[in-house]
Ligand binder design. Structure first.
Ligand code: TF8
Length: 334
């Protein structure tokens, strides 16, 4: 009996030691849906991710990116993942709160003070907790990529204080926390899918929208806007989501390669964003847009006025989730 056990152990050992030689990779074409355009830093991230996948899979795992909402908007593409008809999407967390309410925590105004804080929270335990909730909803988040700090653009007048929002028709994402944040500031907030924003700004159906500089640049919103205010009112992460029903059919090697390489892509994307953020701002200014910054007093005033939104949405996000992130941030800020 003992001899048999030893033999079995020896065989198991030989097999596991030999495993890398038999790494299992199949030809996979992975469609990655994007609402933003190919010149957004997500494009750089996807290139870096592909190079990593080529290395690991000998060219078997192939990403094909679709841009400008060609495969549908964020929410539509995400639903296609859940039902297993599409592989992947890079989306803001915000339009997905109907699927995973806890994600609303990232929409709370002025939550993160800088990108480093966001990285620590997203790439650590707290990010993992959110990933678990996403998995329960049929979505595997391979990594948190960057969308960035959001700023306001509009076509009517400079915004230097919260009273300047009065009556302004601001497009917000399909997300109640953003809706309340802007309504609370006096704006006429209008939820709308990202794909409709450019033409709604162009036809003046709406006056304003809010997105990071790189999006105002690469989605050409600056062509149909006159003023920008650096509000930095929210940092909404990108999720690199994979369809769980499809992911579950992949081999362990394929799954591990996708997770590892999504992190390689994330690091590249975040790096490029840091740089492009400045260049995009210059480009927006050069296009004749008036760019304003808020005084520290006004920033503090807007922030304070916005805190009601935390209480209002705490129950729906989950009190444990809100308290959890605030505790984590307090720890980071120590
Ligand atoms: C928004 C979001 C979008 C992104 C993009 C489509 O304003 O920030 O820009 O989710 O991937 O809707």
């Amino acid at each position: 009996m003992r001899k048999l056990l030893l033999t079995t152990t020896a065989i198991a050992f030989v097999c596991s030691a030999a495993a890398p030689a038999f790494a299992e990779f199949n030809e996979r074409n992975i469609r990655v849906s994007n609402g933003i355009n190919a010149d957004h830093p997500v494009g750089n991230g996807i290139k870096a991710m592909q190079a990593c996948l080529d290395d690991k899979s000998g060219g078997k795992l192939k990403l094909t990116a679709f841009w400008g909402g060609a495969l549908g908007g964020d929410l539509q593409a995400t639903q296609a993942l859940r039902s297993g008809v599409q592989e992947a999407v890079v989306t803001s967390s915000s339009p997905l709160v109907g699927i995973v309410p806890a994600l609303g925590v990232f929409d709370l105004p002025f939550l993160f003070a800088n990108a480093d804080e966001a990285y620590k929270v997203l790439d650590g335990d707290f990010g993992d907790q959110m990933n678990k909730k996403l998995e329960e909803a049929g979505l595997v988040n391979l990594a948190y990529w960057e969308n960035g700090f959001r700023n306001l653009s509009n076509s009517v007048h400079p915004v230097n204080k919260w009273e300047d929002f009065a009556g302004m028709k601001v497009r917000v994402m399909q997300n109640n926390i953003f809706l309340d944040t802007f309504q609370n500031l006096g704006a006429n907030a209008t939820p709308m899918a990202f794909g409709e924003v450019f033409s709604a700004l162009e036809t003046k159906a709406i006056d304003a929208q809010e997105n990071p500089y790189v999006t105002i640049d690469t989605s050409k919103f600056y062509e149909v806007q006159k003023y920008v205010t650096e509000t930095n009112h929210a940092y909404t992460p990108f999720l690199f989501l994979f369809s769980k029903p499809i992911f579950d059919t992949y081999s362990a090697d394929e799954q591990a390669a996708l997770r590892d390489c999504a992190m390689v892509g994330r690091d590249e994307e975040r790096k490029v964003i840091q740089d492009l953020n400045k260049k995009s701002l210059e480009k927006i200014k050069a296009a004749g847009i008036e760019v304003n910054t808020l005084s520290p007093e006004e920033q503090a005033r807007i922030r304070e006025k916005s805190m009601v939104v935390y209480d209002k949405h705490k129950a729906e996000i989950g009190a444990d989730v809100v308290d959890g992130i605030l505790a984590k941030l307090a720890e980071i800020r120590k």
